[in-house]
Structures are given as C-alpha cells and as structure tokens.
Design a binder for this molecule. Structure first.
Ligand SMILES: Nc1ncnc2c1ncn2[C@@H]1O[C@H](COP(=O)(O)OP(=O)(O)OP(=O)(O)O)[C@@H](O)[C@H]1O
Length: 267
C-alpha cells in the first residue's frame, strides 16, 4: 500500500519508494525477508508513528531511513537526497542508554554544539534544559537521574543540536507507566513548540494514537505498510474521548487483535 500526504502538503521530507529489505539468514538458503514493497511519505513537521507486530521490521525501516542500514532494493529519500549514511541533522533517540554517563546533563545536552561559539552553546543548552524540565539538574550526572530524566536529556540533546528530524525507536519503552504518560504529554508539548519532523516507532498503540498525526500500521513480516490511520484529534488528547477510543480500536482491528482479550483474530 502506498501511503501519502494530506492534499495540502508541501513536498515530503521523507520518501520511501518500493523498499525491500532482506537479511542473510544462517544459511544462504534461508534469507530473512523483512520488508517488502514499502512506500511512504512524511512531510516536514509531521509526527508519524509506526506500529506493527513484534519483529515485523519497524526498527529495520527506521534504521534504513536513518542511514544505519542499506536496503536491498528501492529508495529512501530524505530532505531531497537518497540516504547515504547518518546525518547530524537527523538524530536517533533510542529506548535507553543513549546519554554519555561520564558527562553532566549540560555537557550531554551541549554535546552536538562543541564546534559552536560558547555563548550560543550555553544559550541553547539552557533553553532546552528548561524545555524538557531539567532546570536545576545541569551539573548532575546520568547515574543521579531517573530513567525518564535520562530520556529528557537525550531529547534535549537532539533538539539543542538543531536536529530537523527525530527518529525515535521505542524511546519510552523502558519507563514505568506513569513516567511514560508524563513523557508522552511532554513530547507533544515540545513537538508543538518545535515542529520537528518526528518518526516514532512503538509497540504501544495507545501511545501512537496519543502522539501522532498519522499512524502507519505494518503487517507481519515480510512487512509492508498495511494501512495509514489519520488521527485528526486536538492535542492534548483526551484518552476517554470516543474518537480517540475508536481510532485505537481501528488500529487493533487492522493489526488483527482483539482489544478485549489481546488474542489474534483472523485478519
Ligand atoms: N542485522 C540483522 N541481521 C539479521 N537479521 C536481522 C537484523 N536486524 C534485524 N533482523 C531481523 O529482522 C526482523 C525485524 O527486526 P526489527 O528489529 O526491525 O523488528 P521490529 O518490528 O522493530 O521488532 P520489535 O517490535 O520486536 O522491536 C527480525 O526477525 C530480526 O531478527
């Protein structure tokens, strides 16, 4: 399925055309076909979540768009050019352990600005430290912070480095439930202030509906984009709103899961 842009959109910042990915298996006769015929477009400033069954290839797709893996076939075009390796303007935020343990919060956040004038660096660091709610912790080391605070450091570091695109792979996956809820709300606020393009991979369908402009639902492996669901709801989203709940239920349905029991259905 080809998924695209709302009709009012400008040209896409990310474009994936007929993308296939196969990993060599343990033997040449058993290659692992992961992605097949993936097409997608993401416009500047859009917040897109990718969901799908475990092991279907979500991280693989993100790693190809991010320049860490080379596809077997097809094109990944970002900011008008074929992806040919990572780019400092497009930053990954992973589940955990992305911060440098030997640097303080402020040095972590300012890490991408080492070549910039000191005054600019300090201003950026303070601005993003405040934005992610870490004011007062500038001199702390990561070991002195909670998991949620460490994720805030990572997000602030990406923003301070003036990333235009954020690739987020289960960034809140290691956090407890309440911290996840808080981080989601904060990420929405930050995205509304910054309007970066965000591509966010998650297992969590509720998280996707809470965050995204569009949710891309992938099929089982070899995966393609099975359906795109537009989440046209005002933010911050009311998790009891019937439209929120019906969007969530639709994604469960597309994924072939029974919302009440978690059992797979025959979709
Ligand atoms: N470098 C690799 N070499 C061989 N196989 C790989 C490699 N990377 C991923 N795979 C395989 O590709 C498939 C897709 O993996 P991927 O991590 O992209 O899925 P995912 O949807 O992100 O998974 P999850 O939801 O569990 O995080 C898996 O079967 C995995 O074992």
């Amino acid at each position: 399925m080809s998924v695209g842009l709302p009709t009012t959109s400008t040209s896409p910042v990310i474009q994936v055309i007929d993308l296939w990915m196969t990993f060599p298996g343990k033997t040449a006769a058993q290659p692992i076909h992961v992605l097949e015929d993936v097409h997608l477009q993401i416009r500047e400033g859009e917040f897109v979540c990718i969901v799908g069954p475990s092991g279907c290839g979500k991280s693989t797709l993100l790693n190809i768009i991010g320049g860490f893996l080379k596809q077997s076939h097809g094109s990944a075009i970002v900011e008008g050019k074929p992806v040919n390796g990572p780019d400092p303007g497009r930053i990954f935020v992973f589940q955990e352990n992305g911060v440098f343990p030997w640097l303080t919060v402020e040095d972590n956040i300012g890490f991408g600005l080492l070549n910039h004038p000191e005054a600019h660096r300090r201003k950026q660091v303070q601005h993003y430290t405040d934005m992610v709610g870490l004011t007062g912790f500038e001199k702390s080391y990561p070991r002195e912070l909670s998991g949620g605070m460490r994720q805030r450091v990572e997000i602030a570091r990406a923003l301070a480095a003036e990333a235009r695109v954020l690739y987020m792979d289960e960034p809140f996956g290691a956090l407890d439930f309440l911290t996840r809820l808080k981080m989601r709300a904060d990420l929405v606020r930050i995205w509304q202030e910054e309007r970066k393009t965000i591509v966010f991979v998650t297992h969590d369908i509720e998280e996707a509906v809470q965050l995204a402009d569009r949710v891309l639902v992938m099929s089982r492996r070899p995966a393609t984009v099975k359906e795109e669901i537009i989440v046209d709801l005002p933010r911050p989203r009311d998790l009891d709103d019937s439209r929120y709940l019906s969007t969530r239920d639709r994604i469960f349905e597309v994924m072939g899961m029974d919302i009440k029991t978690g059992a797979e259905t025959n979709v």
